[in-house]
Structure formats: C-alpha cells, structure tokens
Design a protein around this ligand. Sequence first.
Ligand code: PLP
Length: 464
Amino acid sequence: MSLLFYKWLSCFRGVIVDYQTLVEKDFKYIWHPFTQMSDYTSRPPLIIERGEGIYLIDIQGKRYIDGVSSLWVNIHGHGRPEIDGAIKAQLDKIAHSTMLGIANVPAILLAERLVEKTPDGLTRVFFSDNGSTAMEIALKMAYQYWANRGVSGKTRFVSLKNAYHGDTLGSVSVGGIDLFHAVYHPLLFPAYHAPSPYCYRCSLEKTYPSCALACLGELERMVEEHLDEVIAIVSESAVQGAAGMIVMPPGYMKGLREIADKYGTLLILDEVAMGFGRTGKMWACEHEKAWPDIMALSKGITNGYLPLAATLTTEEVYSAFLGDYTKTFYHGHSYTGNPLACAAALANLDIFDKDETLEEEPPKIQLLAQWLERFEGLRHVGDVRQKGLVAGIELVKDRETREPFPREEAVGFRVVYRARERGVVIRPLGDVMVVMPPLAIPLGELDRLMRVMYECVKDVTEGG
Ligand SMILES: *Cc1c(COP(=O)(O)O)cnc(C)c1O
C-alpha cells in the first residue's frame, strides 16, 4: 500500500517521466488549442520540461530558442528570479481572494502602476485573466456606457476585417479572420467590418500612399452612416497580429483616433499582443499618439508566468457606471485580480526599468530589419512586415501574382518542423512566418534565430 503510494507520488513529482509514456498520454488525453489533432498525433510531439532565459528545453534535454515568446507572452525570458521570488513571496501570504467587493494588496498596487505607465486619460483598471475576456469586458463596458447615459440604440461596433480579439463569442463577433471565425457566424452578433489596412493584399486594390488611406475612409463612412448605432470603433493597436502581422500604414492609428473624436464615439484598442514593448515602445498606440478610451492588455503582462489581463478606461466611461444599482457593471471572473498573477505583473514591470528593456531594443530592431531585407531576396517571399521586434514574412507561390501556396502544402508548418530540428521553436500564421522573440533575446541569438528561419524558408520553398 505505502509502496504503491510512493510510486504514484514519485511519478507525480516527475521521477518517472519518459518521453514515450508522455507521448501516449498526450495523444490519449489532451485536445490542443488551434491544432488539427489528426495532424498533431501523426508526428512526435515536442514536450517542454524546462525554460531558461530565451530557451525552451524539452524532456530529452534539447534546447530551443523560444522564437514566438511562448505564443507572444514572454518578454524578459523564462525563469526570471525576480518574478519567481515575487510569486513565492506572495504565496507565503495568500494565493487568491476574490475581488468582488473586496480588495487585495498586489491588485491595488498593480492598478496604480498600470495607470501610471499607460497613456494619459486611462485612469481605471478592470482586471480579468486573458486577452479574450479583457476584450469582452471592453465591449460590454462600452455598450453599457451609452446605456447608462440614457443614449439608446447604440448596438453595433465598427471593427476591422482581419481583426483578432480572442476566442470568446463577443471577441469573435468583432473579429474578422474567416478561417477561424466563419464557422461561428450564426452565433455572432452583427458588427460593421471595415476593410483591413492590409497593404500587400488591399481589398480596395489601391497602393499606399497614393490611396490616401482609402480603407480608413471606408471606416469613417461606416461610422458616419451608422452613427446612431455605433458603440465604438474597435481595433488592434498598430499591427493586426493573428491575421499575419499586418502592420498598419503610417497615419492609420492616428486616423482612428481622429474619427472617434470627430463623431464623438469611443475608441477601443486591443494591445493584448503589441503592448509591453513589442513594437519598440511600451504601447503600440504611442507611435502615433492614438490614445484609446478603452484599452485591453494581457499576454506580456506577467512575462508569461500566470494568466492575467486588464481593461483600462477613462474617468468619463467609469463615472457613467456610478450611482444606483442598475448602473453597476455586472461582470467579473472568479480569478479576477488574482494576487499571485498581480505580484508577477509588478515584478515584470520592475524588470523593464532594471534591464532597460526598451532602451536595449533599437539595435535588435535594426538587426531584424537587416534580416528582413535579406528575406526579400528569396524567391517565395512575397512581403515582409515589421513593427519593432515583431515581424511577419509572407510566403507566396508566385511573387508576381502574389498567389498563395495551396493550403494543403502547409508550407508554414513545414518550415516550423525544419526549424525545430535546428533548435528553434516558431509557429506560423498560415503562410506567414512569425518572428516574435522575447525582448530579452541577445543580438547574437536573434541573429541565429533569423539565420535558421532564413535557411529553413529557403530549403522548404526552393525545394530542399
Ligand atoms: C492573443 C490575443 C487575444 C486573446 O488573448 P487570449 O489570452 O489568448 O484570450 C486578443 N487580442 C489580441 C490582439 C491577441 O493577440
């Protein structure tokens, strides 16, 4: 009896963890997100056991550069003693208590820090636990803002084609990626979808800058025509990430703010992916000083340690919810403002100062730009797009016609598997190769990451 118990315990603590057993259990029990499982179970999976700095280490001890920051969440590297320590210290006090009508120490201090760090005008913080819910909250908050003010008929958002705001149904309703979203169409609430600022494949068949931002003009027309209905303009900040790192052309973000001002509507910016220094500034909306009325943050907020998100808004929006009980914002999650996650987030913010993360970025951004120029010389690279330390490399079958590769060729994933053999973990968005390393990546390792990606793209697309 005691022997059995010991065996179970040691197994639980990881003493008996051989690769083959784990693969069997993975294939038997887990349903992976955004993953075609019949595909996943057809090849040996990568099973991560540890992390160290910018490296992931698998169960067999092989090291990989974490080239997509563990899906865009890691900023300062894995295993940061400052964050480990902050979580352990908080754990000695309390792991969780509710925020419904009660406060906790780290959540209060983090809210203050976020208000100080984010654009002027954002003064109130509503916590949740992932990017989708941060956006869900933004949408409901904006809707109820008008309702509480007694303005009726405001029931529609103006969002963008190719937008990605998360996977809950509200976020999907303002999303615009057909591959992910079309199947749910019957379940979604209607929204106005303005053209995507996707210059490489402009749906208006124009060219920047001679287009004079015609896509933005379309958006303005929608806002104007439906103003009685419009709750808010909803957009990602500076880059449409999940659609393939579509970098908005200069003037676009500023234009969004101007339209919101001109027609007296709200601007909701989703900084879930591009916040926390990814684009070379702390917030992507800083580049054009396009300050939002509501801003959603998540991914980088805890350096990828624990799930946490925040929706920030202005005094104007917040104050519309004050007064009697009918004006209350009846929204919240069990883990809202989780103290461990907030402690991690505070330590994460400290590292920005200590490591001078933003100050260290420019040479890395420059090196990335140099590599992207080299990529442009490859026969099957149609477009390269960069904002700060984020880039997308769009692979095409035919550069002249911009014809994509057939989907069944899975070119993006073939590059990924090739790179994995060479110690680099990346994940594509269709045929767009994504570059999104932790900001802490040293120059030399960024160079290696780009070299491996370059050679793998060349091998796969030029018939290696
Ligand atoms: C990832 C992402 C989300 C959703 O965040 P989750 O934490 O995955 O729910 C929302 N918006 C943008 C721009 C994102 O990149």
